[in-house]
Write a protein that binds this ligand. Structure first.
Ligand SMILES: Nc1ncnc2c1ncn2[C@@H]1O[C@H](COP(=O)(O)OP(=O)(O)OP(=O)(O)O)[C@@H](O)[C@H]1O
Length: 336
């Protein structure tokens, strides 16, 4: 991606755009007024391929930020790096002002940064409630000595169960409390993952393709839940190809292409940015993108979407490709 200019930069007569979330002009890598995550010079290479090459990026606190870009742009790899699931070749980043480089994933979660995965990680052979309890942090019964002394962990387990039940009710999964996670639909698994992430009372929730494999019946409910996280004071950063979600719930959009941040801005302007459309549509470079409406852009994207294959059976841990086992009946039930 060579064209990284913003519409403002291409027209010298137009003053650079500003935005209340941004300290200075809006541009790729711009400083935020109140950033919760700041990343600098993050590079991740796989052999000869540079998957991530982020010079500078800041995530605004208390907002919903979408990270978009074509397949292979480096979004998931960047998520993995920020959350300690992968290590960069170079670079530093901070969360709440504290460096997180080289901090392992379980410690990242303890500090208040949790994530979900593109392919849900619920453990199919555990019940929904057991999955929730695994999400709680600082569990006292984990050590050998503490495990043998029931009073040390009993009260905490009870408190965790109360919290789990309240979250299951909020995500309308309370009726599934004792069911195996493997029996849930794809959409319900996404909800379970989100609910489990909240067990550790995070400050920043990172969602990797929350809409992938979700039945349309559950879409609105999922959007409402994500908005609910923000209403509760959390910051949300999500990777998503679903432009409907990006346009309707994000306060800020960051666009990656070929590992770099190529544009950022509020959704209403980012969708009009030719560089973004070029980067995002990739294979559609020949199309006259300048004349497309948002709806057409979304349509082209949808046309280009690769259909998620249906996994005929759950794996041992109950995961399916993109949660593709979602059924209308299950998701409608969860929506209710
Ligand atoms: N473990 C790995 N080993 C080798 N190459 C990898 C590995 N993980 C990612 N890549 C490559 O790095 C690049 C970025 O991949 P990544 O999954 O981060 O992109 P993405 O933007 O999340 O794509 P998508 O939207 O399709 O999920 C791709 O070319 C991918 O093939």
């Amino acid at each position: 991606m060579s064209d990284t200019t913003t519409p403002q930069a291409t027209s010298p007569a137009t003053p650079p755009a500003t935005h209340p979330l941004v300290d200075g002009p809006v541009a790729p890598g711009c400083k935020k007024v109140d950033p919760i995550v700041v990343a600098d010079g993050v590079i991740r290479q796989f052999g000869g391929l540079t998957a991530v090459d982020v010079e500078h990026v800041e995530i605004p606190r208390g907002m919903i930020t979408a990270l978009i870009g074509p397949n292979g742009a480096g979004k998931t790899t960047f998520f993995n790096l920020l959350t300690g699931f992968d290590r960069p070749n170079k670079g530093s980043w901070s969360f709440e002002g504290q460096s997180l480089a080289h901090v392992p994933s379980h410690k990242v979660a303890r500090r208040g940064m949790v994530r979900t995965f593109q392919l849900t990680k619920s453990l199919g052979r555990l019940t929904v409630l057991q999955n929730m309890l695994l999400g709680a942090r600082d569990q006292r019964g984990e050590g050998l000595f503490a495990a043998l002394v029931k009073p040390l962990w009993k009260a905490q387990e009870e408190a965790n169960t109360v919290r789990a039940d309240s979250l299951l009710a909020r995500f309308k999964l309370d009726a599934k409390r004792e069911d195996y996670a493997a029996s849930l639909s794809g959409g319900q698994r996404k909800l379970l993952e989100m609910a489990r992430a909240l067990m550790s009372e995070p400050t920043l929730v990172m969602l990797d393709e929350p809409m992938a494999g979700v039945n349309p019946a559950l879409t609105q409910s999922l959007l409402d839940h994500v908005r609910g996280l923000k209403d509760d004071g959390m910051t949300v950063l999500f990777v998503e190809h679903d432009m409907h979600m990006v346009r309707h719930i994000s306060d800020w959009v960051i666009v990656m292409a070929e590992g770099k941040v190529v544009a950022e801005g509020p959704p209403e302007t980012i969708m009009q940015n030719k560089a973004v459309v070029d980067a995002y549509l990739g294979a559609h470079h020949d199309t006259d993108l300048g004349t497309l409406t948002n709806q057409q852009v979304a349509q082209i994207h949808e046309d280009a979407e690769v259909e998620v294959p249906v996994d005929p059976g759950a794996t041992d841990d109950g995961t399916t490709a993109g949660g593709a086992r979602s059924t209308d009946a299950d998701d409608q039930e969860a929506q209710r």
